[in-house]
Each structure stands twice: as C-alpha cells, then as structure tokens.
Design a protein around this ligand. Structure first.
Ligand code: GRF
Length: 205
C-alpha cells in the first residue's frame, strides 16, 4: 500500500494563523497530508518564525531580488519541485500570482478569503462587509485562477454580522471558521473528493 502523504506548500506574508491551524490538523495520525514547505515574501512574517519553530522547511523569497513576477514565480516553482509539492495553499499571501505559476499547477493552488465570495473580493473584506451593511459574511476556500479571489469556490462558511460588530470582532469570528474549513478542504483534496465541473466544484461523498 502506498502510504505517501500528500505534500503541501503554504505561502504566507504575515501572522500565519491559518498555517498554524493547517499544521495542527496535519499532525493527526490519519492526516492524508503534511506541510513540506512554508514560503514567505516577507522576512519578518510571524508565520515564517512559527514554521521554523515547528521544524518545517522555510524559505524567504524576496521579490526585489527578481527582475520580474515571472522570474519570482520560477523560483517558487523550483522550490515546489525540489520539495515534491502536490498542493499549494495561499494563506494570507499578499501577492497576486500569474499564469506562470497557475499553469504549472492547474487546479492545485487554493486560497482562503474572509468573505462569502463573489462578494467582497480584494483587501479588507471584513470592513467591506460591515460598510455594506451586510447581515451575513464568512469565508471561502477557492481554487486560484488569474483574477483576484475569483476562482471556483470549493467551500464556504457563514458568519452572522451582529449590530455592534467591529472589524476586529467580525474578523475574529470569521477567522475561526477559516481555520476549520481550510483544513477540511485540504483533506478532501487529498482524498480525491474535489471535482471541478466548469466554474463549480463538486464535493464527492
Ligand atoms: C486571513 O483572513 C485570510 O482569509 C486572508 O488573510 C488572512 C491571513 O491570516 N487571506 P493569517 O496570516 O492566516 O493569520
């Protein structure tokens, strides 16, 4: 029996709480995946330090060392190949990725976003939801395409917006749902239960 675990790379730019939640999930005995690599475009990203502490290989790849986005992403691809990465998980990675990377890993790059897409894409999604007077927001895990937060939706979780919510209080409640659904999606991916049909993703039971 082939017992090789799926290998994921987590790309982050900051705090890394989603990374930590994914890591925690990956350490359970029945996990079909492991985090093989953490990459950041910011040297001081807290998530990078945490990954070091967990003993996970890390790499700081500084954008300004590269002449173009293509050159930057070729370096990322080199790392992913070296670590035999099966799935790339963006978790607060503050860069828009291009076809160079997307075409190399079709349907193998996923992202988490703190709103119910297609509502409130881009930056400050929680603030956008509050400013719009929405009663419900949440988070979305989706496949990454060339647009901003626009790829096929895999899973969402809803969070009710309370009258006295601040950006911070809403973000905190959304974040705990992010932590839950991101790991769940990664598991489904490695159980071959995600099937893309056009713009829709079917979860096989
Ligand atoms: C999360 O809210 C995620 O949805 C967004 O960036 C934030 C990253 O938080 N893409 P963390 O670094 O995982 O704590």
């Amino acid at each position: 029996m082939n017992t090789r675990k799926g290998k994921i790379a987590v790309l982050l730019s900051g705090r890394g709480s989603n990374f930590e939640a994914i890591y925690k999930n990956s350490t359970s005995a029945d996990s079909p995946y492991e985090i093989a690599l953490v990459v950041s475009d910011k040297r001081k990203a807290k998530g990078l330090t945490t990954a070091d502490e967990f003993g996970i290989p890390t790499n700081f790849v500084r954008p300004r060392d590269f002449s173009s986005k293509t050159a930057y992403e070729k370096k990322l691809i080199e790392l992913f190949e070296k670590f035999k990465i099966d799935l790339i998980c963006l978790a607060g990675f503050m860069r828009i990725i291009s076809p160079t990377l997307i075409n190399k890993y079709p349907a193998r790059i996923i992202n988490i976003h703190p709103s119910l897409l297609p509502l409130f894409p881009g930056l400050e999604a929680q603030r956008q939801a509050l400013e719009a007077g929405a009663e419900v927001s949440g988070c979305t895990v989706h496949f990454v395409d060339e647009g901003v937060d626009s790829g096929p939706i895999i899973m969402q979780a809803r969070v009710r917006i309370e009258k006295d919510d601040s950006e911070e209080s809403l973000s905190t409640r959304i974040l705990s749902e992010e932590h839950r659904i991101y790991s769940e999606v990664i598991r489904l991916f490695f159980q071959n239960k995600l099937k893309i049909e056009g713009r829709r993703v079917k979860i096989l039971t």
